[in-house]
Design a protein around this ligand. Structure first.
Ligand code: PEP
Length: 253
């Protein structure tokens, strides 16, 4: 049986009241599935609250960012151990918004990936090209650079404890998803790149697609052999929309 992950990246959205309503809807609508895991990644201030609200549910908790450092004089940062301590099991690293807006390099992302694993978290490593890079025919080269930095720093065996998310920058928040075949081509490339180091790890690696996934395009994406779920922004903020995506994953079983 295939194993899907449907992960919600709330970005900088939410409030205590809005989160409670969203989680109530998700808890009522998703009671667990052997082949599908659901994850929510709220902003830092809400993590502990959300962890409490998720107790006894089938929904997992993740964060959107992590420091590469363990502790100390890093004002404003948050360590992997702290995130584990409040109930996170996953963390997103290398989201394109952090690469573009916060200047995170592939080396920074690799350091965060290593720190996440050391702190007991499963990293979701985001990779993806911009529209200019795709149009110039550089998609695979961009993905390779982002992936190789992590493979080199962490070693391929760590990918047994990690997830990769292919998120073409031009598809994030634009309403313009990659077609299932466009996404599948890049997913197959990612799996082959990891297989070049270790085929067994590559075969088991979950590779998510992210970029304007909605209830009405999720089934087509998830039907592809190398697409093992989604990293979902906008549609993860509405219970009905996110549940429709999870249902599309459950229907693949
Ligand atoms: C994201 O935030 O990673 C994302 C894919 O957003 P959206 O689903 O809104 O395109």
């Amino acid at each position: 049986m295939r194993s899907y992950l449907v992960a919600g990246n709330w970005k900088m959205n939410g409030s205590r009241a809005a989160n409670a309503a969203l989680l109530r809807g998700l808890r009522d609508g998703f009671t667990g599935s052997p082949g599908v895991e659901m994850l929510v990644c709220p902003p830092f201030p809400y993590l502990a609250d959300v962890a409490r609200e998720l107790e006894g549910s089938a929904i997992r908790l993740g964060a959107q960012n992590v420091s590469q450092h363990e502790s100390g004089a890093f004002t404003g940062e948050c360590s992997a151990a702290m995130l584990s301590d409040v109930g996170c099991s996953y963390v997103i690293v290398g989201h394109s918004e952090r690469r573009a807006l916060m200047g995170e390099t592939s080396e920074d992302v690799a350091a965060k990936f290593v720190a996440a694993l050391s702190g007991g978290l499963r990293p979701i490593l985001c990779v993806g090209e911009s529209l200019d890079e795709r149009e110039a025919g550089h998609t695979e080269a961009v993905i390779d650079e982002q992936l190789d930095a992590v493979l080199q720093a962490a070693g391929v065996s760590t990918f047994a404890e990690a997830v990769v998310a292919y998120e073409p920058v031009w598809a994030i928040g634009t309403g313009k998803s990659a077609s299932p075949q466009q996404a599948e081509d890049v997913h197959a490339h990612i799996r082959a790149r990891v297989a070049g180091h270790d085929r067994q790890v590559a075969d088991k690696l979950q590779i998510l697609y992210g970029g304007s996934v909605k209830g009405d395009n999720a089934a087509g994406l998830f039907s592809k052999g190398d697409i093992d779920g989604g990293l979902i922004g906008g549609a993860s903020l509405k219970a009905d929309d996110f549940l429709a995506i999870a249902t599309a994953a459950m229907a693949q079983d």
